[in-house]
Design a protein around this ligand. Structure first.
Ligand SMILES: NC(=O)c1ccc[n+]([C@@H]2O[C@H](COP(=O)([O-])OP(=O)(O)OC[C@H]3O[C@@H](n4cnc5c(N)ncnc54)[C@H](O)[C@@H]3O)[C@@H](O)[C@H]2O)c1
Length: 313
């Protein structure tokens, strides 16, 4: 069985490629050619073991991501099976894979749901995930301004983001960041709301990716109540895992929720018919990990590993 390490995964992936493969996988989920294996969590003495996965029948692969959580830190691995031979074919370190697929899913949803092109991005949390969220979105949107809210943000990264995006990038307060922002991303470890939803522009797109437990939330009730629509990856998992939904005092407003199978299946339009706030609440689903792992494996087999960019097929 092939073992693909985190540095190799990082070498093999790019945000656009992952966003494209995620779109294919969720289209197949809408067409009953793929299925999500929902997350299972087992707690013991302050640590946790979680598993999540998926079957992508259209591509003849199935797999699981498994990760312990120790002192709040994750360590991910993915095991992939070839269904045509019914054999395990690869085990992948999952830390880089998770980083890519989490940023790519925000990019995939935003690129379909956001219009017109936003000029300002507000980013809460410039850690591992937050930095990748900004990079993935800057490949799709041309921001004039990026406001970063994070007391621990690395000033050198702020400079690099400016060089990479061409936007004015500055560290600022929560209110200054959210006001006038077309896109707001929250990627913190906060269990409490990180901004007041009253500050949001009427047409803002908000991506909350930071918590996946029902006890914590980055978005407040005002944001959820003001949202015209709440997009989630997969209702069966998201509606019970997302603290933003579970703790929201009007969580029973089910007509606001739409998931990716409904959007890819054409049962709901990607763009709002009337101007309004869209919330994308991501908790992470296993089909995204399997689809991304399948992309890694096919690129590894196709000779991408250690090839220079010019040599890539
Ligand atoms: N949705 C998904 O699929 C998915 C996948 C992976 C990780 N996550 C989640 O993303 C979150 C971030 O993960 P990470 O690895 O980037 O963590 P990290 O520790 O590297 O970064 C978090 C950053 O948030 C900042 N921060 C904390 N509270 C803040 C606040 N109130 N306002 C602004 N900034 C604040 C911290 O200073 C830190 O720099 C975690 O909660 C993790 O569980 C979600």
């Amino acid at each position: 069985m092939l073992h693909i390490t985190d540095p190799q995964v990082a070498e093999l992936l790019d945000f656009r490629g992952v966003a494209d493969v995620l779109a294919e996988a969720f289209q197949d989920l809408a067409d009953d050619k793929a299925a999500v294996h929902g997350r299972q969590r087992t707690d013991c003495a302050g640590t946790k073991l979680s598993t999540m996965g998926g079957v992508w029948a259209a591509r003849n692969v199935a797999g699981v991501k498994v990760y312990p959580t120790v002192a709040g830190q994750f360590s991910f691995a993915v095991i992939l099976f070839d269904l045509s031979t019914n054999t395990p074919v690869a085990v992948l370190d999952g830390n880089e894979l998770t980083r890519f697929r989490t940023a790519a899913i925000t990019r995939m949803v935003a690129s379909r749901a956001v219009a017109p092109s936003p000029r300002k991005l507000a980013l809460f949390g410039a850690g591992l995930q937050g930095r990748s969220q900004a990079h993935a979105l800057c490949e799709v949107f041309r921001f004039d301004e990026i406001c970063v809210v994070d007391p621990k943000a690395d000033p050198a990264w702020i400079d690099r983001l400016h060089a990479r995006s061409g936007a004015r990038v500055r560290l600022t307060t929560a209110e200054k960041a959210v006001r006038d922002a077309g896109i707001v991303v929250t990627a913190t470890r906060s269990a409490e709301p990180v901004f007041d939803g009253a500050w949001l522009e009427p047409g803002a797109f908000v991506a909350a990716i930071g918590t996946s437990t029902p006890k914590g939330r980055e978005l407040d009730d005002t944001t959820m109540t003001r949202a015209a629509r709440i997009v989630v990856e997969w209702k069966q998992q998201s509606l019970v895992e997302a603290g933003e939904i579970v703790l929201w005092n009007q969580r029973h407003l089910s007509e606001k929720y739409v998931d990716l199978p409904e959007l890819f299946g054409g049962r709901q339009p990607w763009q709002l018919q009337q101007p309004g706030i869209t919330v994308f609440k991501s908790v992470g689903v296993g089909l995204a990990d399997v689809a991304t792992a399948q992309l890694v494996l096919s690129r590894a087999r196709g000779g991408w590993l250690l090839a220079s960019d010019e040599a890539r097929p």
